[in-house]
Design a protein around this ligand. Structure first.
Ligand SMILES: Cc1cc2nc3c(=O)[nH]c(=O)nc-3n(C[C@H](O)[C@H](O)[C@H](O)COP(=O)(O)O)c2cc1C
Length: 361
């Protein structure tokens, strides 16, 4: 009998016309048509890492593999133009020259192919899938890909990037663990090292955070790795979370409220006040990061809980069936740097009712 995790992957593959849930990694400069043809003829997805390719080369690549089945074309979302530093470039030229022929001074003037012209070529080539790495396609391109029947898979390296990709209309995310082939697809190069999450931690956190399919990549080298990735992709946590939700009593804040990243407990006190306890996880690594406790009284519809003499506070407001929690920074504290939260942590967000409150004590 096929394991349900494998059946799920096979069903995903079948929606893209594949006979096997195996996808060749797009690799810039290392994706000859022959490699894709071998994967496609075995029932998997062909792939072109088109980063260094001019439009005619992209079109020629697509024609060379088209007869064998579905394939994806992958582009890098461009970085802002580099700030040139002649002294640094001279040092680099001298360093690189030590490994081979001297590097010409104009080497740094080389321009990558034009990204928008590459996108036009992709639309003309009509792959089954266009994928992205290092960021997201702008909305007008996403709309044009989709209007041409091309699905978009976005490579992501954190939960926050996965959520951004889903919100931008990605049809699937490729969760790329920090192990991946020396490549980090981080949207923000400045944060890449700080947010290096291994596939084992990243995959279940991404699967729990998004509702679109998740493809796993990075350090999967044999059948054991593939089996582990399939199991880590199970959505049981999300189902358990959804099953735990209850309809909240009208108008009240008291009770336990949750979302996938945290829990808020509001307990009535005998003095008529409300005690609040908050725990939250960091949205990039899903590690515990924030913890705060305090007491407050309702003023109108909003409960304000003071957390320190510097004025830092939490606000809780019931909005229909949900609870909205906001962090008020203390005096001189920058937004998002609350001292009850670790690096990048935040308690802001929408929470859902889970259990009624214990009686007042
Ligand atoms: C030589 C090489 C080039 C790569 N180029 C790209 C690329 O252009 N675009 C991309 O999305 N990923 C690229 N990757 C990353 C792969 O698509 C894939 O995510 C990664 O190799 C998977 O990790 P693994 O090598 O541990 O299996 C490249 C990987 C390698 C090894």
């Amino acid at each position: 009998m096929t394991h349900p995790a494998l059946a799920r992957a096979e069903a995903f593959a079948a929606t893209y016309g594949l006979r096997r849930p195996v996808l060749l990694a797009p690799m810039a400069g290392a994706c000859p048509p022959a490699l894709s043809l071998a994967v496609m003829r075995a029932g998997g997805l062909g792939a072109c890492g088109a980063l260094p390719m001019q439009p005619p080369a992209i079109l020629a690549w697509a024609e060379a593999v088209r007869e064998a089945g579905p394939f994806q074309i992958n582009l890098w979302i461009p970085d802002p133009a580099p700030v040139r530093d002649p002294a640094h470039e001279a040092r680099l030229r001298a360093f690189l020259g030590g490994f081979g022929p001297a590097v010409a001074p104009e080497a740094g003037d080389a321009m990558p192919p034009d990204f928008f012209a590459q996108c036009e070529a992709v639309i003309q080539a009509r792959p089954r899938i266009v994928s992205s790495i290092m960021g997201l396609y702008p909305p007008d391109l996403v709309a044009r890909f989709k209007a041409s029947g091309i699905a978009w898979w976005a490579t992501v390296t954190t939960v926050a990037e996965a959520l951004a990709a889903e919100a931008a209309g990605a049809d699937a995310v490729v969760a790329q663990g920090a192990e991946a082939g020396g490549h980090r697809g981080s949207f923000d190069p400045a944060r890449a090292e700080m947010a290096a999450v291994g596939l084992m931690a990243l995959l279940p956190a991404v699967v729990d955070a998004v509702t679109i399919p998740v493809v796993a990549t990075g350090g999967i080298a044999d059948a054991r790795g593939a089996a582990a990735a399939l199991l880590l992709g199970e959505i049981e946590d999300r189902i358990a979370f959804l099953r735990s939700l209850r309809v909240p009593p009208p108008g009240r804040l008291a009770g336990t409220w949750s979302n996938l990243f945290g829990t808020v407990t509001v307990t009535p006190g005998t003095d008529g006040g409300l005690a609040v306890k908050v725990d939250a996880n960091e949205p990039i690594t899903a590690r515990w990061t924030c913890g705060a406790e305090g007491k407050g009284r309702l003023a109108g519809d909003v409960l304000t809980v003071s957390l320190g003499e510097d004025g830092s506070a939490l606000t809780l407001a019931r909005e229909g069936e949900t609870l909205t929690l906001g962090a008020v920074p203390g005096k001189g504290e920058a937004e998002g740097t609350a001292d009850y939260c670790g690096l990048n942590g935040s308690v802001d967000g929408t929470y859902f009712f889970v259990t009624p409150a214990a009686p007042a004590r």
